[in-house]
Design a protein around this ligand. Structure first.
Ligand SMILES: N[C@@H]1[C@@H](O)[C@H](O)[C@@H](COP(=O)(O)O)O[C@@H]1O
Length: 323
């Protein structure tokens, strides 16, 4: 079933049972970051229902009291992480409408979800059909069908531009990535700053790419929260990566940049505007930032991986020991 039909089917049911109350987004790690844009979209645009996001195992062990047949739960796991599959089952038991996003039609996610969305993945993925794009498609479709979202056409148009933008952005970043990798390959700690829908880029770069895949310490930092404690650690040696957003939270990032220009020295700025996101309609562009910036930041860390001769596929514990 296409996403449009999935939401239509769910709406038909919800119209009979009292309407939509809440959309939960549930996943672990990189997959949670991937669906964050969908959650963020609803958190800013939805007028008649709520939304939240969280870790799968927390959803299983501390299941929200609100969860019932008037909720949609969007869950994501490429290969069926056990706790995310369990979260699908918990949501099903409560009668919620589960949409299982997964990498392949044969996974336990696909087997357990009431509805399944198989997204493009791997090194040759089609970015307009990726996990990030699919979560956004679900979000825009919910807004459109339940509330008649005014900028739906602009959003649909954006999906037709994503592949072109990512292709060019990845070309644009090559030179910057090479310089970045050379300069920072021996550093052990990174702060990665962003705000708004781009926060999930900072999260993915830190948790997945620096920590998981390069075994380097990294702190995802909300650029608004930076001034409420963390900025006391700033000095001229600390490596900082700042994602400058396109959209309404850009002033938060610019405030951080002004401060960093004064007190820090080793700052790498990646500006969404320079990545070509501006060809998307201004009214929806901000929501597409992570869909564009995550492949770009991954290229930066991959370049570092090559120089360090530390493959992005190398793990000590993940999938190797019990945890
Ligand atoms: N970087 C991610 C991790 O954060 C995640 O835990 C793992 C399993 O993810 P999934 O549940 O999507 O299969 O995949 C990648 O390695």
């Amino acid at each position: 079933m296409e996403i449009k039909e999935i939401i239509r089917d769910i709406k038909e049911n919800l119209d009979k049972s009292g309407g939509l109350k809440h959309v939960f987004f549930v996943a672990c790690g990189g997959s949670q970051a991937a669906i964050f844009s969908g959650h963020y979209l609803l958190s800013r645009e939805a007028r008649t229902f709520g939304t939240s996001i969280g870790n799968s195992n927390e959803f299983v062990h501390a299941t929200p009291a609100m969860l019932d047949e008037r909720c949609i739960v969007v869950l994501c796991s490429l290969n069926a992480t056990a706790e995310t599959v369990k979260a699908v089952q918990v949501a099903n038991e409560r009668g919620a409408h589960t949409i299982a996003m997964t990498g392949f039609p044969t996974t336990d996610m696909a087997k357990n979800g009431k509805y399944t969305v198989v997204y493009s993945n791997g090194s040759n993925q089609v970015y307009s059909q990726s996990n990030q794009s699919s979560a956004l498609r679900i979000g825009f479709e919910i807004l459109h069908q339940f509330e008649g979202y005014a900028h739906y056409d602009a959003a649909i148009d954006a999906f037709s531009k994503i592949d072109h933008i990512v292709k060019n952005a990845r070309k644009y970043i090559q030179r910057i990535a090479a310089k970045f990798a050379e300069e920072y390959k021996d550093d052990e700690v990174f702060y990665v700053m962003a705000s708004g829908p781009a926060y999930s880029t900072a999260y993915t770069m830190s948790y997945c790419h620096f920590m998981e895949m390069q075994w380097k310490h990294a702190v995802p930092m909300h650029s608004g929260e930076y001034f409420h404690g963390p900025f006391e650690t700033t000095d001229k040696n600390l490596p900082i990566i700042l994602f400058l957003s396109e959209g309404r939270t850009r002033p938060l990032d610019e405030r951080a940049l002004t401060f960093l220009h004064k007190y820090a020295q080793r700052v790498t700025v990646i500006d969404a505007k320079e990545l070509g996101i501006n060809i998307i309609d201004d009214r929806v562009a901000e929501y597409f930032q992570s869909a564009v910036m995550i492949p770009v930041e991954r290229d930066m860390v991959s370049r570092m991986a090559e120089l360090r001769n530390h493959s992005m596929d190398r793990r000590r514990y993940m999938w190797k020991v019990e945890y």
